[in-house]
Each structure stands twice: as C-alpha cells, then as structure tokens.
Design a protein around this ligand. Sequence first.
Ligand code: ZN
Length: 279
Amino acid sequence: MPELPEVETIKNAVEKFACNARILSAQVRQPRLRELVPADFAERINGTRITGLTRIAKYMIINLNNGLSIIWHFGMSGKIKTEALMPKTLDKHDHIIITTDKGIIIYNDTRRFGLVTLCESEKLRQHRCFARIGLDPWDENLTADYLLNKFKNRKTAVKTALLDQEIICGIGNIYASEILYKARILPQRKAESVTAEEATEIISYTREILSDSIKAGGSTIHDYKRPDGDIGYFQQKHCVYNKTGQRCPDCKCNIQKSGGIQKDIQGGRSTFYCPVLQK
Ligand SMILES: [Zn+2]
C-alpha cells in the first residue's frame, strides 16, 4: 500500500509532468473503484488547466483552474503511469486515462481499492475523506505537547497509537516500526507511558524518516521513460522492518543470545523491534 512518502513522491512526479497542462480529454474505463468515480468526472475536468498539486494525508490532490480539485487515493495497489503518447495497448487494469497537452496520465489499479472523486477546491478540508484526519507530520502544530495530550490515558500500544490517523496522519505500518526503533521505544509500551522527551524524539524521527523516504523516491523517478513506466515505487532501506532475527544496524549484541530483531503482531499488523536497544 502506498504510504505517505510514496504518495508525496507520486504527487511530486505528476506535478513535474503535468503542472500547467491542459486536460484535453478524460476516459473512465472502469468506474467501480472503492466507490464509483462520478459519472460526470470526464465532463467536469475536460478543457481545464492543472494549476498545481498538493497532498493531504495519503491523498493526492490535483487542483484545476475551474475551482475543482481531483481527490485521488491509491488504495492498496493504485499506480500512476505517465506517457508522452497514448500507448498502443492498454492494460486491463488501466482504469482512468487523462490526456493532457503535456502527455498522458494513466491510473492503474489491480485491486480497485483506490478512490478518484471531485470536490470544490475551497471545500476540500471539509470533504468527508478528510473529516477525521489528524495533523500532517510537518504541521507546526505537531508538538510534544500535542502528542502527550493525545496519548494521555491511552492504554493502547504506542505503535498502534502512531498508526491512528486521527492523531498524526500518514504514518503507515512500516514507518511506525522504524520511527519507534530510532526513538528507542518498545512498540508494546502503552501510549500513555511516553515521556515529553520521547514525544519530541518520535516527532523528529517521524519527519526525518518520512523525508528520507521521499528523497529516496524522488531519486528513482527523474527518468520518466523507465521501461515499466511506473513512478513512485522504490526500495526502502529499513532498519528493522521485515528483518526478524537479524542484528539491527546500531547493535553490537550477540544475536545468538539476543535473538536479533523481533517480530510481534499488534492489531493484526506486523511490528519489528530490537529488544536490546528499545526500552
Ligand atoms: Zn539491536
């Protein structure tokens, strides 16, 4: 599932490709995504100019010069492909094709959990998609006080609390493990046990890890003519995620004794951590 850094990367790539482009036509080949693509989607965006792109949580927003914005969520498997010219053959999972005067934007989604809809730009923040969204990782209101206040009296595990999109939006499962590893906090601890100092660390590592991932993504997508045509997917350098039994990068411990990186299941999701460094 594309997490915040992937969505930011896709957004940046589409912005580079299509900013100021005029939409010449749009075709919805399969409207049955997570919810139906509006029947008048093509009609309402045809002839408009793309004025810019933004991101809210894991949604890409394409702003148009007619006062509308396209809200785009990639679900489990959604991908954007950009092409200079219309491909001779389309994949059966290429569901939306937007033709602009700068090239073609193709939305491919094998599992069809994505969402593409329209909203008046001025009313974006009030849209139901964003009604229960917490602070963006880079929001200046995201402070240790804010986090401590949200974690107060919360008996749930700190890792589960980090995944709560109503507190901070955009921390996905992989990054929650990585952030807690860097902050040296055991993921099973209760959220309410987090100290002010640890809250500060959580925030700074959240920003650092997500920024690094965005940079890593950005470096793989400057060539739009990659054979597969996909943008926004890249190999991550994880410290603990999916590394059960291995020594973590900061340990000098004997993994025969320590067992190395451990895996736990919390709220149905995999968590990875170092039992030596994380307290
Ligand atoms: Zn370790």
